[in-house]
Design a protein around this ligand. Structure first.
Ligand code: NAP
Length: 285
C-alpha cells in the first residue's frame, strides 16, 4: 500500500497490522514512518513518478491500496505512472482512494483528476475497487477562520462529510479480501447532510463560541483568498469545494460505511468530541 505516512493510509496500515496480515508499505521518506508489526517498508523516494522504483517495490504483490497523490499539475500523470508500474509488476487488484462524484465535469476541480485516474485503472485491465469518499470531517473546522466565520460560495447547499477512520476501516476490509468488491465503486459518506450554516452551529457548540457562515459570491471568494498567493489551480480547488456544495454534488448520503464495517458511520459531532485539536484555532482565551 501507498500513503501510509498520511491520514488515511496510516490508519489502514494500523488496521491491517492489528489483523496480523503481512503488508508492504511503499513510502517516500522511511524516517517518517511509525513501525507496524508485520509490515515491510520499501522506500521509493521518487514516489509515483518513479515508474521503475514503483515496479520493483510492487514485485510479488497481489493487491495494491493506492492513495491518491498530493494535488498538483502532475497528479494524474503520477497516478498513471503508479498504475503502469503496478500492472507491469503483476498486481492483480487495485483499490484506489478516489473522491465522491468523480467525473470529467465535476464542479470540484480535483474530482476531475480522480475521474481521470479511475479511467486509467479501468484501462489497465487490473481488477479494481474505487472508494469515492466525501470530504473528511476535519475539513469543516478548517473552513472556519480564527474570526469564527466560514466564508464561501456554497449557497444553501448540503454536504455529508465522513470520518477518516471510517474510510480507513472500509479500505482495510476491502484490501484484506478484495475479490468480492471487484469492479465496484463505493461512495463513502457520513450519516447526515448539513448546510454550512448547520456546520457552523455544530462548531459553535463544540468550541463554545459563536461561529457563523457567510455566503460569498464567486468574485468575493477569489478575492478573499487572494492574500494566500496560491497558484490558480489551488485557488480553483478551494473555491470549487464550495460551489460543488452549492451545486448539490456533495449532497449524497450513502450506507456503504455501515454495510462494509458493520457499524454506523460516525457523525461530525462525535468526531469533533474525539478531536478537539481540530478546532483549537477557534477557541477563545
Ligand atoms: N481531504 C479530504 O477531505 C479528502 C476527501 C476525499 C479524498 N481525499 C483524497 O485522499 C487522499 C489521501 O488523503 P489523506 O488525508 O490521507 O492525505 P495525506 O494525509 O496528505 O497523505 C497523503 C499520502 O500520500 C502520499 N503521497 C502523496 N503524493 C505522493 C506521490 N506523488 N508519490 C507517493 N506518495 C505520495 C504521502 O506521502 P508523503 O508522506 O511522502 O508526502 C502521504 O503518505 C488525498 O490525496 C486526497 O486527494 C481527500
Amino acid at each position: 500500500m501507498t500513503g501510509s505516512t498520511g491520514q488515511i493510509g496510516s490508519r489502514v496500515a494500523r488496521l491491517i497490522s492489528t489483523r496480523g496480515v503481512p503488508q508492504r508499505l511503499l513510502i517516500r521518506e522511511p524516517t517518517r514512518l511509525q513501525e507496524y508489526d508485520g509490515a515491510t517498508v520499501v522506500a521509493v523516494p521518487g514516489g509515483y513518478a518513479d515508474v521503475d522504483g514503483m515496479r520493483a517495490a510492487l514485485d510479488g504483490i497481489d493487491t495494491l491500496f493506492l492513495v491518491s497523490a498530493n494535488a498538483g499539475p502532475e497528479r494524474v500523470a503520477e497516478h498513471a505512472s503508479a498504475i503502469g508500474a503496478a500492472r507491469a509488476a503483476g498486481v492483480s487488484h487495485v483499490v484506489y482512494l478516489s473522491f465522491l462524484g468523480a467525473s470529467a465535469i465535476a464542479t470540484f476541480s480535483y474530482a476531475r483528476d480522480h475521474w481521470a485516474t479511475e479511467q486509467q485503472v479501468r484501462a489497465s485491465g487490473m481488477a479494481f475497487t474505487f472508494l469515492r469518499d466525501s470530504f473528511y470531517h476535519p475539513l469543516l473546522p478548517s473552513m472556519a477562520g480564527p474570526d469564527g466565520v466560514i466564508r464561501g460560495p456554497a449557497e444553501n447547499g448540503r454536504i455529508v462529510t465522513v470520518s477518516p477512520g471510517d474510510v480507513a476501516e472500509v479500505a482495510a476490509v476491502i484490501a484484506l479480501d478484495p475479490e468480492p468488491h471487484n469492479g465496484v465503486t463505493y461512495e463513502l459518506t457520513g450519516p447526515a447532510p448539513f448546510t454550512l450554516e448547520d456546520a457552523a452551529d455544530v462548531l459553535a457548540v463544540a468550541s463554545g463560541r459563536p461561529i457563523r457562515y457567510e455566503r460569498e459570491t464567486l468574485a468575493e471568494a477569489y478575492a478573499s483568498r487572494a492574500q494566500y498567493d496560491a497558484p490558480r489551480a489551488v485557488l480553483d480547488a478551494w473555491v470549487t469545494t464550495y460551489t460543488a456544495i452549492a451545486a448539490g454534488e456533495l449532497d449524497v448520503v450513502s450506507t456503504e460505511v455501515e454495510a462494509i464495517t458493520g457499524h454506523r458511520a460516525e457523525t461530525l459531532e462525535n468526531w469533533l468530541r474525539r478531536h478537539p485539536e481540530s478546532y483549537r484555532h477557534l477557541l477563545l482565551d
